[in-house]
Write a protein that binds this ligand. Structure first.
Ligand code: AP5
Ligand code: MG
Length: 226
């Protein structure tokens, strides 16, 4: 397979699977992922970040300048010389226009999922408190949806990779989830039109959980002719 030097944006409402599918694509395409949410969560709590952490816990977007500086700093690292799978950035028109002036996106992957399914999935999400790996205890079998839980394979409630404890994310309570979805619809969804007018956008609608992943990787390979 040819080595990819690309910027791909994963776009979609909270809980659609941006992080989950980014990690899988990153392995297969050999392009590192960069999640703005993960980078923000990794920042230590101190007087410079206390407001940021509070905004995140309330489900609000954090300050544009702060996120832009953070992402630019990360992208300047050698790891990203060959591009990145971006998860969660750009997330509003200001960030999209800013990024567009610096680097072009080669592909936008927009993931669509029913809102009530999203809420159930986010309430069932568990993450490893040490390495951040994601799991899910919720089992959705209804209509055309068949999404199995993603449980640890080795020990109940412990991360398969590092044995860390599985916990809930602070912004995964129903009130905050609904607030994140409202903000997504207002601030981020308009980027779909912005990117459609610029070039390549691929729409992906998973209904069968991870079993849909082969469709996604095939679509991406076709886009890049690899
Ligand atoms: P962020 O971390 O980006 O959160 P989000 O957009 O709300 O998205 P999530 O991480 O909740 O969902 P996801 O789509 O990654 O889904 P996942 O793969 O986990 O941002 C957090 C906060 O940071 C924001 O609210 C904001 O404050 C701030 N922020 C970040 N970027 C910013 C920016 N650019 N500007 C300003 N502020 C910013 O999947 C969800 C669950 O479903 C998981 O449990 C997973 O295991 C499960 N699952 C996923 N896919 C499947 C599947 N196929 N089958 C079964 N289960 C599945
Ligand atoms: Mg995520």
């Amino acid at each position: 397979m040819k080595l990819m030097r690309k910027f791909i944006l994963m776009m979609g409402a909270p809980g659609v699977g941006k992080g989950t599918y980014s990690r899988m694509l990153s392995k297969d395409l050999k392009v590192p992922e960069l999640s703005s949410g993960e980078e923000l969560r990794k920042l230590p709590l101190n007087e410079d970040t206390v407001n940021i952490k509070e905004q995140m816990n309330r489900g609000e977007l954090v300050d544009n300048e702060f996120v832009i500086n953070l992402i630019e700093n990360r992208l300047s690292r050698n790891t990203y010389d060959g591009g990145a799978i971006l998860d969660g950035f750009p997330r509003n028109l200001y960030q999209a226009k800013y990024f567009d002036e610096k680097s072009k996106l080669d592909l936008v992957i927009k993931i669509n999922l029913d809102e009530e399914i999203i809420v159930r999935k986010l309430l069932g999400r568990r993450v490893c408190e040490d390495c951040g790996k994601g799991y899910n205890i919720c089992n959705i079998k209804e209509g055309e949806y068949d999404m199995e839980p993603l449980l640890p394979r080795k020990v109940h409630n412990k991360c398969d990779d590092c044995d860390g404890a599985l916990i809930e994310r602070k912004d995964d309570n129903e009130e905050t989830i609904r607030q994140r979805i409202v903000l997504y619809n207002r601030m981020t969804q308009p980027l779909e039109e912005f990117y459609k007018s610029k070039g390549r956008i691929l729409i992906f609608e998973p209904k069968r959980g991870l079993k849909d992943y082969p469709n996604l990787i095939n679509l991406v390979r076709k886009e890049f002719d690899i």
